[in-house]
Design a protein around this ligand. Structure first.
Ligand code: ATP
Length: 252
């Protein structure tokens, strides 16, 4: 049995009066892919963002409950958010490379964390780009601007940028929704490789994608976690009628 990378208990989140996450309880397995699915507005992205405290930045948000990572509640006062985000990286919907060179994008995080040694940085950049299956495509133009890459390459660069600070967990918020089918397939393949070394939590609108790439799937509806199960079971033999209605396309 796999260990839990993240253990969530009694998680509630309000945006003002809006109760966006309701008593969420979920254990996320390490070195596996967990997909978050559900109709628009059900709370998938909100939940994902609670896992590295990205909602802290939004005014009017109230969060209660416990999210344990290595038996430390990430909402404890002594947790340093910067270190937390190093441990728990994030990749967003639209690729968002910095307007810098390919090299400088990947070196950005390590530099922030104090790395200055050129040789070591070179090694980290290469390792991260290899890890994101991008090295061969960019190794001869590391000084070129990242914004000149294709959308799919930019997204893999953002994954490399996340890997460069050696996270344990990668959060991905609809990472392929802005990409063409071929770039999407490459990211899906990459996610399969990355799960050997990282715990991945991915929000997707696309149920076929969840079925293809995830080990576990969590189905959210109106801020409730309705069902959480092995992906095969959830899609072939859902326990809850609402899950069945959703996956068979009756709403959403
Ligand atoms: N910053 C915010 N302020 C107020 N309400 C918000 C904020 N962000 C999200 N919400 C509300 O919280 C609920 C959950 O939103 P969330 O974005 O998490 O859903 P989602 O399942 O990710 O949807 P989508 O698939 O459309 O991205 C929605 O009703 C949304 O309108």
């Amino acid at each position: 049995m796999k260990h839990h990378a993240i253990s969530v208990q009694d998680l509630n989140l309000y945006y003002g009066d809006k109760h966006a996450l309701k008593d969420i309880k979920i254990d996320i397995e390490e070195k596996s892919v967990t997909a978050l699915i559900g109709p628009s507005g059900c709370g998938k992205s909100t939940f994902l963002r609670t896992l590295n405290r990205m909602n802290d930045l939004i005014s009017g948000v109230k969060i209660s409950g416990v999210i344990n990572v290595h038996d430390q509640n990430i909402y404890d006062n002594e947790v340093e958010v910067e270190m937390l985000r190093k441990q728990i990286g994030m990749v967003f919907q639209a690729p968002n490379p910095f307007p810098k060179s390919i090299y400088d994008n990947v070196a950005y995080g390590p530099r922030i964390h104090g790395m200055r040694n050129k040789n070591e940085l070179d090694q980290i950049v290469e390792k991260s780009l290899r890890g994101a299956a991008l090295w061969d495509e960019v190794k001869d133009r590391l000084k070129d601007r990242a914004t000149g890459l294709s959308g799919g390459q930019q997204q893999r660069l953002c994954i490399a940028r996340a890997l460069a600070v050696e996270p344990e967990i990668l959060l991905m918020d609809e990472p392929t929704s802005a990409l063409d089918p071929i770039s999407t397939a490459k990211i899906e393949e990459l996610v399969q490789e990355l799960k050997q070394n990282y715990t991945i939590v991915i929000v997707t609108h696309n149920m076929q994608q969840a079925a293809r790439i995830s080990d576990k799937t969590a189905f959210f509806l109106n801020g409730d976690l309705i069902e959480y199960n092995d992906t095969d079971t959830l899609f072939s033999n859902p326990e809850d009628q609402k899950t069945e209605d959703y996956i068979t396309g009756r709403f959403g």
